[in-house]
Design a protein around this ligand. Structure first.
Ligand code: 5CA
Ligand code: ZN
Length: 412
């Protein structure tokens, strides 16, 4: 599937400390240790509705990772998926009387426009679930052969399930106890009641064909992919195991990332799926998690159409730390707009105070688990000095413009 257009990223002289990120599995901030090419897989959208600010916050978080790696001289192999076949698409398409494929195409196009407007550096590989069905079939086949998967005893619908305890280390990624797993499994798309399963938290790998649902041929019966195996297959075939960062919102910690890791690890024994599991906090609106079921969504496309500067969207979302659940509100946007205005006024001056130290602090704070509030404070401080006292350095405003652009994706 086609990704969106590349965005120009300036280079900034000098370098900063190596990136450290919080790893959900190890529950601590520790160094990310990529080779020459850094590898990242981030869970993409399910395209049944437009991109809201929660999605945007997650993709902007991993855009920071991408930008920091590039700034440190790494090449980045970034892969993102699109869950373009799943129940929410069928339900929304039914409701709106359109074909689910057309709905998916429309929302993916809008997502691309949103990402481009936000100047998110595109993934090298943007991969749909539909176009990777064959990869899922091969993976499920291997899991069946190894005994990690089984077919339920149901002649009509012989669905394939994953034995959650197929790997010894199952549960290490979320660290959740069984009670929490049981609860989240049913809250987040699982089917604990399905008759014939060996355990309520065994996860669906392949859903046998049902009337009215799309299906693809497979040696174990026609059907369609389960959710977690989609990401396991797409990632395994492009970034392998022990890739640097697996990303998504914190709603994916369990079950999604736990099972994607377990599927892959059941196959490639002894190797951890991702080296770092990184999760962005959830964005809410007026005290509630932004979600389609609550109907409290602020769409990126709506803001764009109303003329909101995408750099202000970045600044507003970056004013809180990425791991913190936080809120979007008019006040957040108003503050971001006035900050952007101040930064732009200062960066347009013919000269200013020397900027080297500010660039160093930007790099240092971002490398420290993406501490955007402190990074923003560093630029605020330079701006305040520039506006109050001016400065003799004619290169400084340009350096600030490049630094803020390269590292934060914000154009001044
Ligand atoms: N297609 C799957 C991942 S394979 C999926 O979760 N799609 S999604 O459209 O529901 O979400 C896309 C991404 O946005 C995921 O990484 C998800 O964790 C993240 N996300 C969803 N809601 C929010 C929110 N309110 N705040 C922050 N991130 C969110
Ligand atoms: Zn995923």
């Amino acid at each position: 599937m086609q990704s969106w257009s590349d965005t120009a990223v300036p280079t900034v002289p000098g370098s900063g400390p190596a990136l450290r990120l919080f790893d959900t599995a190890d529950r601590q901030v520790r160094p990310v240790t990529p080779g020459k090419t850094a590898t990242m897989y981030v869970c993409g959208i399910t395209p049944y509705d437009a991109t809201h600010l929660g999605h945007a916050a997650t993709y902007l978080t991993f855009d920071l990772v991408n930008r920091l790696w590039r700034d440190a001289g790494h090449e980045v192999h970034y892969v993102q998926n699109v869950t373009d076949v799943d129940d929410p698409l069928f339900e929304r398409a039914d409701r709106d009387g359109i074909d689910w494929r057309d709905l998916g195409t429309r929302e993916i196009n809008l997502f691309r426009e949103d990402m481009q407007a936000l100047r998110v550096v595109p993934p090298a590989q943007y991969v749909g679930a539909i176009e990777s069905v064959q990869e899922v079939v091969e993976l499920v086949d291997k899991l069946l052969a190894s005994g990690a998967a089984y077919v339920v005893d149901d002649a009509q619908y012989p669905d394939v399930y994953f034995r959650h305890d197929a790997t010894e280390q199952f549960g290490y990624e979320s660290g959740y106890d069984r009670v929490t797993m049981d609860r989240l499994f049913s809250e987040r798309g699982g089917d604990p009641q399905r008759a014939g399963k060996r355990d309520p938290i065994d996860a669906l790998l392949w859903r046998a064909e049902r009337p009215g649902e799309p299906s693809w041929p497979a040696p174990f019966g026609a059907g369609r992919p389960g959710w977690h195996v989609e990401c396991a297959a797409i990632a395994l075939n492009r970034v392998g195991t022990e890739f640097d960062v697996q990303g998504g919102g914190s709603d994916l910690i369990y079950p999604h990332h736990e099972y994607s890791a377990a599927h892959a690890e059941a196959l490639v024994k002894g190797r951890r799926f991702a080296r770092h599991y990184v999760h962005a906090g959830l964005i809410g609106l007026d005290g509630e998690k932004m979600s389609k079921s609550r109907g409290n969504l602020v769409f990126v496309s709506t803001l764009r159409r109303s003329g909101t500067d995408p750099s202000a969207i970045r600044l507003g979302l970056f004013s809180g730390h990425y791991r913190q659940d936080r809120e979007w509100s008019d006040a957040v946007l108003t503050e971001a707009l006035s900050r952007l205005d101040r930064w732009r006024t200062a960066a347009a001056l013919p000269s200013g105070p020397a900027a080297d130290d500010t660039i160093a602090r930007l790099r240092q704070h971002l490398a420290d688990d993406l501490d955007t509030p402190k990074a923003i404070a560093a630029v605020d401080s330079w701006t305040q000095h520039a506006l109050e006292y001016g400065g003799p350095d004619a290169a400084a405003p340009g350096l600030i413009r490049d630094g803020v652009d390269a590292l934060l994706g914000i154009t001044l």
